[in-house]
Design a protein around this ligand. Structure first.
Ligand code: MG
Ligand code: ZN
Length: 245
């Protein structure tokens, strides 16, 4: 069943890396230098401390002469997924008519996300992410979000509870959630049968949805049910066609 959302008060929630952007902003900025990451930095990442790892990467990039402006310039040149810019601009232009909101929810950082959104003339009503700043020596620095004791989500950010926290006070008729990764399943589980979950084809979220269970922390496997209407997408035009049909 297709439900037209044109006039419904809708929360549009988007992941950033591999959803709005075709690739990952954090890994892309490391390509601003030719030299590979020093082994000490590579070995620092233990599968759970991505934000702390990225702070070391940003310090290294600064040592190599890369400025925050260089990174912002690169972010504006990154490719979006197909159809994504039109979809976001359409939401940006229509949302005030139905009191709808656009949220970005991401484990990247607010400087990268705002830089990209500005470059496509889209404003988000809320960006739930790690807060970035610039150190006195000019390196980018991220303060971890850290809200998570969720059994599924990485320790830095539970997107499911962050989303719930931010929508508690507003009564949305519908939530449309667009993502690609393992960290998008938790918000997906929390959606109601009025909502939509759009999972990017060929990425982890699609595989997890097909399995019906997800690897949690401490090697647990968690079974889940999704109440929302699920759609798989490659080109965001198909999302546009569902929500604004
Ligand atoms: Mg992602
Ligand atoms: Zn979670």
């Amino acid at each position: 069943m297709i439900r037209n959302l044109k006039m419904k008060k809708t929360l549009y929630a988007f992941d950033f890396d591999h959803t709005i952007l075709k690739d990952n902003s954090d890994t892309e900025v490391t390509k601003l230098v030719d030299s590979p990451l020093p082994e000490a930095i590579r070995n620092f990442y233990d599968g759970t401390n991505w934000t702390q790892f990225m702070n070391k990467v940003f310090e290294f990039l600064r040592d190599q002469g890369v400025t925050v402006e260089d990174m912002k310039e690169l972010i504006t040149k990154m490719n979006p997924t197909p159809g994504m810019v039109s979809l976001l601009q359409e939401i940006h232009h229509r949302k005030s008519l139905s009191d709808s909101k656009l949220f970005i929810i991401s484990d990247a950082n607010d400087i990268f996300i705002n830089t990209f959104l500005n470059s496509i003339n889209v404003t988000a009503d809320c960006i739930i992410t790690n807060k970035a700043s610039i150190t006195t020596r000019g390196a980018l620095h991220i303060d971890p979000y850290e809200n998570s004791d969720c059994p599924i989500c990485p320790k830095n950010l539970c997107k499911g509870s962050a989303l719930e926290e931010h929508i508690k006070s507003s009564s949305f008729s519908v939530v449309v959630y667009v993502g690609d990764g393992h960290n998008d399943i938790c918000p997906g589980i929390k959606l109601s049968d009025q909502d939509f979950l759009f999972a990017r084809r060929g990425y982890s979220l699609e595989k997890i949805l097909n399995l019906g269970k997800v690897k949690g922390k401490r090697k647990t496997e968690i079974n889940f049910d999704i109440k929302a209407q699920i759609h798989f997408w490659e080109d965001a035009t198909s999302i546009l066609n569902v929500v604004f049909a």
